[in-house]
Design a protein around this ligand. Structure first.
Ligand code: ATP
Ligand code: SF4
Ligand code: MG
Length: 341
């Protein structure tokens, strides 16, 4: 099914070149913990060009969801949480946008597939009515047309019986079905930017492949750009053209996907790759490996390089000085005093 041909455009122009992309610059997020501000995201900078899918990867707690929620301006206001930096979209800094401007952006020009499908749907309305509402309110469809579009878009996400799902309440769906319903809602208005936060984490491998294929297909049809958030590096190729690796709230490596998968420059990225099991592994190992130790919480980051307690190549200098993110080629940035070259 061609989702695009069945929906009208809410954009000024259908040309992918009219789309704007995202630029995240020096994004920091701090939380009040025991009356002190603790930095959970630290000076995160990267861009997502029009038509590009960038993978944001890292272990649990690295700051992936915080990055997406900051872009959507869904984090609590100060003093609970302090968000600093810039998120440029369509030449404006979203972090300074008024509530009126945000209303015109969220779910329409920038949409998010949330990480937790269980709490994201409204329990008192049917799934179909929640998806159809997107078409009625934002795409100018009447009730009948909106219902038709909602069923179509549900079908495109791999829901087995879209007519039945349309009439069901969220508690009647499995987690995987909810995740697909939320994907349908996110793409309903043909967003220019899609933030997909672990969109396949509750799905079996067949449906997972279908959702990844759908995102890639929609990117081709609509020319949107996307941030594909995952802890699973086996999912990023060929979907993502570039990867941004987060560790402890900092970008530690950024490069084209193929370069990272074949030759990581940061020891953390290398560790993540060797954790991919068996057939999917890019660095074939006989046994399943893990990265020893744990990612530090924002209030317990070590001095110097924050990966130093877990790094197989740690040297005394690493404990003394925090590495900066530096370019090691025209396409790669890495935060390490002694990158793998
Ligand atoms: N409201 C909050 N108050 C204090 N700390 C928070 C809050 N929300 C998030 N954090 C901290 O920020 C860090 C990053 O959290 P985030 O949810 O972005 O991680 P993630 O990379 O999305 O992890 P996962 O893969 O588990 O979803 C974590 O250490 C988390 O404890
Ligand atoms: S700076 Fe040192 S501890 Fe940190 S990743 Fe590089 S080699 Fe390892
Ligand atoms: Mg998350």
């Amino acid at each position: 099914m061609n989702v695009v041909s069945k929906t009208s455009s809410s954009r000024p122009s259908d040309s992918p070149t009219s789309l704007s992309g995202l630029q995240i610059k020096k994004l920091s997020v701090s939380f009040q913990v025991n009356k002190t501000l603790v930095k959970a995201l630290d000076n995160v900078s990267f861009g997502v060009s029009p038509g590009e899918i960038v993978g944001l990867v890292g272990e649990s707690g690295s700051g992936k969801t915080l990055t997406a929620l900051s872009i959507m301006r869904l984090l609590p206001p100060p003093p609970t949480c302090l968000t600093e930096g810039f998120v440029f979209f369509d030449k404006k800094n979203i972090l300074n946008a008024s509530q009126k401007e945000l209303k015109a952006l969220r779910g329409i020009r920038i949409a998010m597939i949330p990480q937790d499908p269980s709490s994201a749907l409204n329990p008192v309305f049917t799934v179909g009515s929640q998806i159809a509402e997107m078409f009625r309110i934002h795409m100018g469809k009447n009730r009948k047309q909106a219902a038709h579009c909602a069923i179509d878009i549900l079908k495109s996400t791999g829901v087995e019986d879209p007519h039945k799902t349309f009439l069901q309440f969220p508690h009647e769906l499995s987690v995987g079905q909810k995740q697909r319903a939320l994907t349908a809602m996110a793409i309903a208005c043909r967003p220019e930017v899609l933030l997909a936060d672990e969109p396949t984490s509750s799905l079996d491998v067949t449906v997972q492949a279908r959702i990844l294929h759908l995102i890639a297909k929609l990117k081709e049809q609509l020319g949107f750009c996307a941030l594909f958030i995952t802890h699973d590096l086996s999912l990023v190729d060929p979907l993502c053209s570039r990867l941004v690796v987060l560790y402890g709230g900092q970008v530690v490596e950024e490069a084209p996907t193929k370069e990272i998968l074949l030759k990581p420059a940061h020891y953390y990225t290398k560790g993540l790759l060797t954790c991919i099991p068996g057939e999917l592994s890019f660095h074939k190992t006989k046994s399943l490996k893990t990265i020893p130790g744990k990612q530090p919480t924002p209030d317990h980051r070590p001095m110097g390089c924050i990966f130093s307690p877990r790094c197989p190549n740690v040297r005394s200098h690493c404990h003394k000085e925090r590495p900066v993110l530096q370019s090691i080629s025209s396409t790669r940035r890495v935060r390490c005093h002694f990158p793998i070259v």
